[in-house]
Design a protein around this ligand. Sequence first.
Ligand code: 4F9
Length: 252
Amino acid sequence: MRFDVITLFPEVFAPHFVHGVTRRAFAPDRIDVRLWQLRDFGDPPHARVDDRPYGGGPGMVLLAEPLVRALAAIRAERSEAVPAPVINFSPAGRPLRQLSVARLAAGAGAILLCARYEGVDQRFIDAHVDLELSVGDYVLSGGELPALLLLDAVARLQPGVLGDARSHEQDSFSAGLLDCPHYSRPEHSPTLGDVPEVLLSGHHGAIERWRRDRSLELTAARRPDLIAEARDAGRLASDDEALLSGRNPVKL
Ligand code: 4F9
């Protein structure tokens, strides 16, 4: 898998590839990340990459032509049968979600455009960008952090990166719900209280039910949109609906 990143700040990326559990995923034989300094493709004589917007207004716009040259250089190096998608990060993009992360993690990679300033000449986006992604409803100073978010989310899905192969099957969102609470030692704490009994019971079925119920409650309280989505997709069973309705399922 290969990601090519177009950025004016390549030095921001390096530290993220050498620390933490995802470090293993960024070995060249796993996820090969190539950083491309947009300035190298700037307009002569001063390697210009941005200019003022037509029509006036604040800020600067990334010029289309340096981006076209950078993309051509990347495409030439990738030389692939199926061209990798070009992704631009923008608050106007589609929200980045675990499903798209999982799809990207199963593919051959992508070309990530990290824009700065007020934006990108729309003609480059129209001609060359396949997908615009948002990482939340707020404005950042550029696309570098969103690109790092995406790379981190993809990296942790690579086989062997998380210690336990099942870790990410139990993530928030893999089931489309928020994760349940977790507890570890000590069982009893005079100041922090006790671990819920059921988790110490050794009763696997009861533990699974408890976890599912807490996930459902938390999701209903904080992200009712995810409950509606799970319901529409047929991912809620009658026990789940009983918990959500506040009725207690009959215990035999
Ligand atoms: C991109 C914000 C994706 C949120 C890019 C300024 C951005 C962003 N999600 N803000 N440039």
